[in-house]
Design a protein around this ligand. Structure first.
Ligand code: ZN
Ligand code: ZN
Ligand code: FE
Length: 757
């Protein structure tokens, strides 16, 4: 019988798995990779039994999407063999495997005294270890990875060549005799210690900061429960309040600090090993400097053998370590030994290096549970370069992405290939990383793009980059339309749908700053069906960095005349900013050239955060909104009024009355938690009412939510709860709803429009 298997079945140990299964079941025949997937021929047993067991026991990294069978005449095979791949000159479209956390079998060996890989920090097998980060080109053979620098010793080679061994064709296979090794560097010199990990642990206990080379880049590491160490890391590295990610050795320990339900535990333990944002317990022994003004702490479990050695079960030296991406001033994460020692010399007291090169940089992924689902904050290690299925076959295109939290997306066949998180494009090094990664993914997946989609913002680096690409059809896609389209792509929707894009600010088709948008959208285009009433941002960009200025802008509009006397009643606000400064900003509001109008929903959250005294200045993108979400009391159902101009076309959501009532509550001394909750509830209710109206007027039942504001899980779960059941509501699951998802939306719109009729 001939069996064809489709899906993720190459480079994941599928053929040796089939071989072992056939041996066990006493079958004869062969298995081989072809351009159409894995082809297996079997004789001498029940075909159906074989298929059932193949489906049930398939290797953890494989994913079978289709199996077809054909009965063939008896050939009389004498044994079972793995045959050479046959591609007939065609491209075998198999996903490149992401980097996968070390498996239990390998951990067991690593901990077993007497095993030849006892305490070897680079142990791996067919089911685990680095992949995407070390692949230089396809096909996925050792010679095409950064492991080519290491010649296998006879013992490793024996395993590698034995189909019955769990390291059969494990390309990064290595042992202490032949594989990569660690070097500890202190003061620019190799420390010459016999056990570098032991020394690193001692440094960490002493409160030092160590740069440790990992899978997709370097981490800066310190003891998370040592407030002085955390504080000095923050001072040396960040100079802002951006949260640090933590690593702990077990879910049990994480539970000491944070709420971990079943879903959170599943995410923490998943083979992708993302950073999971968890709610802090009260009290929580983690120093506040780890994640200032934040309800959440990002935790992950160890994902390399080296990490596990830091958290040695018997010694239990630390409960949690800070593991933050090693970079300077928001440049891409450092991956190269020499560059690390130069760039991080002022940040780290010591360097734990290894000599396996990282070919492609991949940051840690970040996921946040919300309602019944999860939201991606950052999609990178463990997930990239995985595919997103699109409806049907289509042309090959590029979505260039936006400038903040950039990713790009390629399409090929029936799939989209979103890149890992690239970063903020204003940084010249980020652009280099962008171009490198684009070239690499084009080669790995053999994509030859015909066209490119980009943001309408004329000042975006991604836009001017896209416009310089010769030989491609070019099309600009409006920012919030692309947000909506990212969900449409994931769900295979063609529209019409009502898309709610609540976001910071993006460039609108009329040249103003949008960001609180209700779009009636389909593949062919969109109509602005509603939006937040634009309010002045005094100083433009400045008001985005300094929410207290956005607050003055919206109060100016809400007060309709006497903003100064209203603001002067908020005593803490006055004492923080003083009346003179406020007067100046109010004057700026009157000069349209210096105070662009914006409907950005993110700015509304910023403004309320500043009025409540939570965050006056954003030291990183989203800080004010995060502190507002973190401050909101749970379980409160009170709500502020919002004016929805139903007669207008487009509909206009006016938050003036909301702001006035908030100020009233502040003056009355109502608790911040209550006001923040009432505000969230008001926004949620206003969104749902507006959507219902648009849906009724236009007869559209598919609703799509996207944009960075929906990373606020308080808001997202409230909105989802309020929608009536006759509407079908879709949100991002495969890519972030923030600007990291823009490129998928751009690519999807372009690809669908280019499909031949
Ligand atoms: Zn393994
Ligand atoms: Zn070896
Ligand atoms: Fe956006």
């Amino acid at each position: 019988m001939l069996v064809r298997v489709e899906g993720t079945v190459q480079g994941v140990g599928f053929r040796p798995f089939v071989f072992r299964l056939a041996m066990e079941m006493g079958l004869k025949g062969f298995v081989r990779n072809t351009a159409d997937g894995v082809v297996i021929e079997i004789e001498g047993g029940e075909g159906q039994d074989f298929i059932e067991r193949m489906r049930a026991d398939a290797p953890p990294l494989s994913k079978i999407t289709g199996v077809s069978c054909q009965v063939l005449p008896h050939f009389g095979y004498e044994d079972f063999r793995i045959l050479e791949s046959r591609h007939d000159g065609r491209f075998f479209f198999s996903p490149v495997c992401p980097d996968i956390s070390v498996c239990d079998d390998c951990l067991r060996e690593m901990r077993a005294a007497g095993d030849r890989r006892h305490l070897y920090p680079f142990i791996n097998c067919t089911n685990c270890g680095p992949r995407y980060s070390i692949i230089e080109r396809i096909p996925y053979d050792r010679a095409n990875t950064t492991m080519k620098a290491f010649t296998m010793c006879p013992e490793c080679e024996k395993e590698y060549k034995n189909p019955m061994d769990r390291r059969f064709h494990a390309e990064p296979d290595a042992c202490p005799v032949c594989g990569p090794s660690l070097t500890l560097v202190v003061h620019g010199e190799p420390a010459g210690v016999s056990n570098p990990i032991e020394t690193v642990c001692r440094f960490l206990i002493e409160g030092k900061i160590v740069a440790i080379k990992g899978i997709g880049g370097f981490h800066l590491v310190c003891d998370a429960l040592n407030p002085d160490a955390v504080q000095s890391l923050r001072e040396r590295k960040r100079k802002n309040n951006k949260p640090f990610a933590l690593m702990a050795g077990s879910v049990k320990i994480i539970r000491k600090f944070c709420e971990v339900g079943i879903r959170e535990e599943t995410l923490l333990r998943s083979v992708q090993r993302p950073v999971v944002l968890l709610e802090k317990k009260n009290p929580c022994a983690i120093p506040d400097a780890v994640a200032p003004k934040n309800r959440y702490i990002g935790f992950m479990l160890p994902y390399t053998p080296l990490h596990w050695m830091l958290f040695d079960e018997k010694k239990r030296l630390f409960e949690a370590l800070v593991m933050t991406s090693a970079n300077i001033s928001e440049e891409p994460i450092v991956i190269d030994n020499a560059h690390a020692m130069e760039a991080l010399s002022g940040l780290a007291d010591a360097f734990l290096l290894h000599n396996r090169d990282i070919h492609t940089r991949v940051d840690d992924s970040v996921i946040k549970p919300a309602g019944k689902g999860t939201i991606f904050i950052r999609r990178a290690r463990g997930f990239a370069p995985g595919l997103v299925k699109l409806p049907g076959e289509g042309p090959e295109v590029i979505g260039a992405g936006a400038d903040l939290k950039n990713t790009f997306t390629l399409t090929k066949g029936d799939s989209a290939i979103p890149s890992q998180h690239i970063g903020d494009m204003e940084n010249p090094r980020t652009l280099v990383f962008y171009e490198e990664t684009l070239e690499k993914l084009k080669n790995l997946y053999r994509v030859r793009p015909e066209a490119i989609a980009f943001d309408l913002h004329p000042g975006y680096f991604s836009t001017s980059w896209a416009q310089k690409q010769d030989g491609l059809v070019k099309i600009g896609i409006q920012h919030h339309y692309a947000h909506i389209a990212s969900v449409m792509a994931e769900k295979g929707l063609r529209g019409p749908c009502v898309g709610v894009a609540f976001d910071g600010t993006g460039y609108g088709t009329d040249g103003t700053l949008w960001g609180g948008e209700f779009l009636a959208a389909s593949i062919d285009g969109f109509e602005r069906a509603g939006h937040v009433r634009p309010f002045p941002l005094p100083g433009g960009e400045q008001a985005i960095r300094e929410p207290w200025k956005a607050a003055i802008g919206i109060v100016k509009q809400a007060a309709n005349g006497d903003a100064l006397s209203l603001l002067s009643k908020i005593k803490p606000f006055i004492s923080r900013h003083n009346l003179e400064n406020i007067k100046v900003i109010l004057d700026v509001c009157d000069r349209p050239v210096f105070s662009p109008l914006s409907s950005g929903a993110g700015r509304l959250f910023d403004a309320v955060s500043a009025l409540l005294g939570l965050t006056d200045v954003n030291t990183f993108e989203g800080e004010a909104a995060i502190s507002l979400e973190s401050g909101a009391e749970k379980g409160n159902e009170d709500v502020y009024p919002v004016d929805i101009g139903l007669k207008n076309s487009p509909l206009v959501l006016d938050f003036s009355v909301t702001i006035l009532e908030i100020i009233n509550d502040i003056i009355k001394g109502r608790p911040v938690g209550l006001i923040a909750a009432k505000f969230h509830n008001a926004v949620a209710a206003a969104i749902v009412r507006t959507v219902e109206r648009i849906s009724m007027d236009r007869g559209i039942r598919d609703i799509v939510l996207s944009g960075g504001v929906f990373q606020n899980s308080y808001l997202l779960s409230s909105v989802l709860r309020l929608f009536p059941s006759n509407l079908r509501v879709f949100v991002n699951e495969a890519v972030p709803s923030n600007d990291g998802g823009i490129s998928l939306g751009q690519a999807y719109i372009l690809r669908e429009r280019m499909k031949k009729p």
